[in-house]
Design a protein around this ligand. Structure first.
Ligand SMILES: [Zn+2]
Length: 173
């Protein structure tokens, strides 16, 4: 999994050093990539005082982020910082990621093919899960039981059970 995350970081953010891929969740129809900035803080846009005090974070789905159909979803964990400057009118501010999303916009085409490659890279992982589902079903376990044992959603188990090869997971509609 760690290897896949590193590979994804290289593919998705080749020129952005301070982005880390936190997790990659492979479902039947969706590859969900969870990423966040790794900088320890951010400068307040109002007073420019640096802050490392994270107030909260939320998930953002950049509109112009790469997506190959609906097969890949990038979710960016965006942090809200507290401004420590008592003279400042802003108490909190959100870290800037507009530069990041703008960079995506210019490279949509290239990213589309990149994501196809990511899909292939992850197909190996899907194959392992597919094999696990089929092995358990063959051994007489119910789909509910497989779902519980592998920690998958009901829908995932059903779709895994209904296909014969991992390729069908990615190319089948
Ligand atoms: Zn401030």
């Amino acid at each position: 999994m760690e290897e896949a995350a590193l590979r994804l970081k290289e593919l998705l953010f080749p020129s952005i050093a301070d982005i880390e891929v936190l997790s990659v969740d492979v479902d039947i129809e969706i590859v969900r990539v969870d990423a966040q900035c790794t900088t320890v803080g951010a400068a307040c846009p109002a007073c420019e005082v640096w802050s490392t005090r994270v107030h909260s974070s939320y998930l953002r789905f950049p509109a112009d982020a790469p997506s190959a159909g609906r097969s890949v979803v990038l979710q960016l964990r965006v942090r809200r910082f507290r401004c420590g400057n008592t003279m400042c009118t802003r108490r909190t501010f959100v870290e800037q990621i507009s530069g990041l999303t703008r960079r995506y916009g210019h490279r949509t085409e290239r990213l589309r093919s990149t994501l196809a490659a990511v899909g292939l890279a992850l197909a190996g992982q899907a194959a392992a899960r597919l094999a696990a589902v089929h092995a358990l079903l063959k051994a007489g376990h119910s789909r509910r039981s497989v779902q519980r044992q592998l920690g998958m959603s009901w829908r995932t188990v059903k779709q895994f059970a209904d296909v014969a090869t991992p390729e069908e997971l990615f190319t089948g509609q």
